[in-house]
Design a protein. Sequence first.
Length: 327
Amino acid sequence: MGQLHARVVTESPLAQLAAIVDVDRDAADRVASHFGVPHFPSVDSICEDRHVDAAIVAVPDTAHEEPASRLLRAGKAVLLEKPMAHTLGAARRIAEVAQSSPSRLMVGHILRFDSRYAGAAERVAQGVIGVPLHVTASRFTFRQVGSRMAGKSSPCFYLGIHDIDAMQWVSGKRITRVFARAVRSAAPDSSLPPTDDAIFATCELEDGMAGNLQFGWTLPDHAPSGISARLEVVGTVGFVDVDTHDHGLRVLGVTGLTLPDGLHWPETNQRIVGDLADEVNHFLRTIRDDKDFLVPIADAVRNVAVNDAIIRSIQSNAPEVVDPPAF
Ligand SMILES: NC(=O)c1ccc[n+]([C@@H]2O[C@H](COP(=O)([O-])OP(=O)(O)OC[C@H]3O[C@@H](n4cnc5c(N)ncnc54)[C@H](O)[C@@H]3O)[C@@H](O)[C@H]2O)c1
């Protein structure tokens, strides 16, 4: 993701790429050489460089807090990849740092920049479907993602946080209680630490709405699409239904059928276009113009609070209340 972000910045008229930071020096060197910028093993040099206005943090979920907090304290605007953090405590601490510093923070909930999800949210807010009654959201990707993420993340943080954000933002109602179950051991490699591979959660939302979340890295690696996601909100007079399995381009080659990404970060005419580019350019434009971000910090914390309840529910085998927002 960091490489994609770096490329989007180089292709944006709104910013200049200043440097790459990565604890893995080889990775940093490779990416920095590609873009012709210096590289550093930590954010220290960036924090001290008064020519740097902003940073994009795309390190693993478990490592978000330290670089994000240090950059914010140093006065840099931060675009922090989703999830805001891997625990509710860390998300709240990052939010506190953002609130107590003059710096700006946006969490990269990319679906806010997706025309299909944004279109659904707009229709629900306009009352096109009447009063929302129930909502389902799902996201499934390849098993190889689970093998790569084993021990580093969970399907509810790496994948499901997108759908938790979409469920609450599109329906306009917050999730208040969840009952979650997990499926384990779909990954064939038994040398990997045990990890949840798919999670299903029944949700209670405000005003009597009910919902269902489903996400996982359980699709065979030869499945045609690695972004198999849906969202449906049914209301008293209509519904909105987003289906991202097929983006309109189907390719059949010798290895089978593929449905390439046409929306999140496709390369078109040698440029990264779509949701990620819109997200980064919104971040850059908003800090330049000192306007409000499309993703409020409180929503990002709330999303992590839902994940916190999901994990508690899997462990307790009982419904768990989502911690009320502290912001
Ligand atoms: N928006 C999306 O759709 C989307 C998709 C995939 C991943 N992500 C998010 O992007 C982030 C990165 O995911 P990824 O799949 O690219 O991870 P990755 O493991 O492939 O890459 C992370 C990089 O960060 C480096 N790193 C680790 N700790 C560091 C630290 N403290 N300081 C500096 N560098 C550090 C690693 O060496 C590695 O090069 C995660 O938060 C993930 O959830 C978002």
